[in-house]
Design a protein around this ligand. Structure first.
Ligand code: PEP
Ligand code: MG
Length: 761
């Protein structure tokens, strides 16, 4: 038998024995003792030792076969000290024929290791952390073979998982003296609050770690085939992404997909996977192991480019794991415990809706953006979301207690009891505040100077509809029809569309519902569509532009809207209109559908109003002209502001670089409101700013009487509006937002004004 095969057989034998030991009932220490005996025997060496990392990074000898047993729990090395410390610090294997000759060698006489010349140490990696170091030593001076290094790395990874599992299962007496491998220290992170609320819950990782049992291959040959098949499918997947068929489907830029492809075809990455499977791991185990190695190394990198590559590799590994698991079966909800706080790098709206919203209490993302559709859905569901929490995934495990503060954007993981108590008090106070908002539910929102304000709901899915009554909204000011398309696996048929629109109208009763026609393209993408690749999708062929060039889909939708509105008032508006002609053309298509329904003898809506979304600066400057044609105007401030400031709403680097309370932004909002008022055309705001009390007060002051927002915004905005003298704030704002203003924002000025005027915010 060739030498390589023999060593593979040995490794398999070793892994089988380890699996056998896993089945026993031992405590952590007893199991570690058995592991080192088996490792030394099977790898044919004189010494096998396990060093585990204590808090602060000190490595402690916890089990040994071959060194002096007296040194167990006595010999310790500081982080970076000696060869063992070096392995832990670099997260890389160290393979030496003559250990004592290495400049980092630190002699520990109590171990009796001076007899042993050769040294092989490998890190015990789990996630991005190094839990300890596994070492083998021999009296003979020799370099260990590549296969031996590989085998020891595989064993080290499995030991890391087992040690964690054992530790969790042990009672206090069964744990290793003073060493805690699981994450147990409280950690605090800060991010950006994208959806407010306080949550006391348990962490649930979107991509969970694997159990040790699932790492060891039953049939190595079958695993090799599975891996090869997985690699082939992964490459095909990534090729599709890069080829552009799907390049517009996510916000990730083409560059990211290119780097995925680079990794997917990278010989080294694939060879590492193959070697890991060859050493006895399952295909999943191999993926996990290679990922751990990259994480542990790249995590130390400060260079943002390298850290971004780490993310790419993570994504690729996750994709590979999904491919290997055969993906979840469609239609089923993903499992999650009660009171879960979901942790993920990023999460698309469809992925979010894969979870059971009854159990989901909050979300923490390493990335994300405030106007992404995931954030919008979270606000609709009343699920707090904190995004841009860099590095949080390295320090959280399934089941950790989490305090998520969607107001200050702070996350406490494994908090101390006292911190938990303080948080509970705040939750109680917030509950009181919520009760105060609830008490306002039946009351009209009338400002102190007597202006009635209509506060409406932004919705789009069936799950949003109960919010109308829960929040006491005065109607649905924006129904985002594309959400139904985005979360379906197939294009929704006419009946399904009609059904949803009808349900929305029924849920609102006699309150108005404003449907927006499909707003696709840009950040809104369909899983089943075949978009044309574009350099700059936000400014590309999207929304009404698609609808006018290829009217089939929109006519189909308008047909559904006309049918759903039979016998009721029907309000429809068109998104992303840049010129008055576009609006006139879209309106003509709508009337064709009304005529069609009329010809077929179907019952028609009793009243039809056709409006426009004001979300391009060009249309804002055409406010007088559009008012001659539209029945109402709704300002889509999310898009209007992204185009106004030329700052991508989904790009974390720029999306909150400019404040919507900048005098220039405020004055364009005032210009639109004044234009509509002159023409007696109702105008509202339905972007996210409408749901924030301070911004909402400014909008009311500038002349907006209708604001549409997520359900959670209605109580706070109503409370603010009812305490506001809008004319007084207008008088205060006007000079601040004059064209000569040099301010970057009027936010602090308005806050001070509120304080002086006793307006609570
Ligand atoms: C907007 O642009 O402000 C808006 C309400 O539409 P969406 O967020 O769906 O683009
Ligand atoms: Mg928009």
């Amino acid at each position: 038998m060739p030498q390589r095969e023999t060593s593979a057989q040995n490794t398999l034998g070793l892994l089988r024995e380890i699996r056998g030991l896993m089945a026993g009932e031992e405590k952590v220490q007893a199991r570690l003792d058995k592991f080192v005996t088996v490792i030394a025997g099977k790898m044919n060496v004189d010494v096998a030792s396990i060093y585990l990392q204590r808090r602060g990074g000190t490595l402690e000898l916890c089990a040994t076969q071959g060194l002096d047993p007296e040194s167990v729990h006595t010999t310790r090395l500081k982080s970076g000290e000696g060869l063992v410390g070096q392995v832990a610090y670099t997260a890389r294997a160290l393979n030496l024929a003559d250990a004592a000759g290495h400049p980092m060698f630190a002699y520990k006489p109590e171990t009796g290791e001076d007899k042993f010349r050769s040294f092989l140490g490998v890190p015990m990696l789990r996630g991005g952390r190094t839990l300890g170091v596994l070492v083998i030593q021999s009296a003979a001076a020799r370099i260990f073979t590549e296969d031996e290094v590989e085998a020891l790395q595989t064993v080290a990874m499995i030991l890391a998982e087992i040690a964690i599992e054992d530790e969790r299962a042990s009672d206090a007496a069964g744990k290793l003296s003073g060493i805690r491998l699981s994450l147990d220290r409280p950690e605090t992170y800060s991010g950006k609050a994208f959806s407010t609320g306080l949550v006391y819950g348990k962490a649930h990782l979107h991509v969970p770690p694997m159990l040790a049992g699932a790492l060891i291959a039953e049939d190595p040959h079958a695993e090799e085939l599975r891996l090869e098949d997985g690699i082939k499918r992964l490459r095909a997947d990534v090729d599709v992404l890069v080829s552009g068929d799907a390049a517009n489907l996510t916000r990730a830029s083409k560059e990211i997909f290119e780097s995925y492809r680079m990794f997917a075809y990278d010989r080294k990455w694939v060879d590492r996977l193959r070697e890991a499977v060859h050493s006895g791991l399952t295909a999943e185990g191999a993926t996990e192991r290679v990922r751990n190695e990259h994480r542990a190394r790249l995590q130390k990198a400060r260079d943002p480019y390298l850290r971004a590559r780490l993310h790419d590799l993570e994504d690729l590994a996750n994709r590979m794991l999904r491919i290997l698991s055969g993906e979840k079966s469609s239609g089923s909800k993903l499992a999650m415990p009660e009171n879960a706080v979901l942790f993920a790098r990023d999460l698309g709206p469809a992925e979010l809706l894969d979870y059971d919203s009854d159990k989901l209490r909050g979300i923490v993302l390493e990335e994300g953006s405030p106007s992404s559709h995931t954030a919008i859905i979270c606000r609709a569901l009343g699920v707090p979301l904190v995004g841009r929490v860099s590095g949080v995934l390295d320090n959280v495990e399934n089941g950790d207690v989490v305090l998520l503060d969607g107001e200050t954007a702070d996350i406490n993981i494994r908090p101390l009891e006292t911190v938990q108590d303080g948080f509970k008090l705040r939750m109680g106070a917030r509950g009181e505040l919520q009760k105060a908002f609830d008490a306002l539910k039946g009351k009209p929102a009338i400002t102190k100077d007597g202006r009635p304000i209509s506060l409406q709901l932004n919705a789009g899915l069936l799950v949003d509809l109960p919010q109308i009554d829960i929040s006491g909204a005065d109607g649905i000011g924006l129904f985002r029809t594309e959400f139904q398309f985005m979360v379906s696996e197939f294009m929704p048929r006419l009946e399904a569309q009609t059904d949803l629109y009808h349900k929305a109208i029924m849920a609102a009763g006699d309150r108005p519902v404003t449907f927006r026609t499909l707003d696709l393209g840009g950040d809104k993408i369909l899983p089943y569509s075949d978009p044309v690749p574009e350099e700059n999708p936000a400014l590309g062929w999207r929304s009404i532009r698609i609808a006018l060039d290829r009217p089939g889909l929109m006519r189909y939708q308008l047909r559904a809207l006309v049918a759903a509105g039979a016998g009721k008032n029907l309000r429809v508006m068109f998104p992303m209109v840049a010129t008055v002609d576009e609006f006139i053309a879209a309106k003509a298509l709508f009337h064709k559908e009304v005529q069609r329904a009329s010809r077929s003898g179907a019952e028609l809506p009793t009243k039809i109003e056709v409006g426009v979304m004001m979300e391009t600066p060009a249309l804002a400057w055409s406010v007088n002209a559009i008012c001659d044609h539209a029945d109402f105007v709704s300002v889509g401030a999310n898009d209007l502001m992204q185009f106004f400031f030329a700052a991508d709403r989904d790009n974390a680097r720029v999306s909150d670089r400019y404040d919507v309370l900048h005098p220039a932004a405020m004055s364009i909002m005032r210009f639109i409101a004044q234009g509509c008022e002159r023409h007696n055309i109702p105008v509202s705001v339905c972007g996210e700013i409408a749901g924030r009390p301070l911004e909402a007060m400014c909008l009311i002051a500038l002349g907006y009487d209708t604001l549409s927002m997520s359900g959670t915004g209605i109580g706070p905005v109503k409370a603010a509006a009812m305490n506001l003298d809008a004319a007084k704030l207008r008088a205060f704002l006007d000079p601040l937002i004059s064209i000569h203003s040099r301010l970057n924002t009027v936010r602090d000025h308005v806050k001070d004004w509120c304080e002086k005027e006793g307006v609570p915010i």
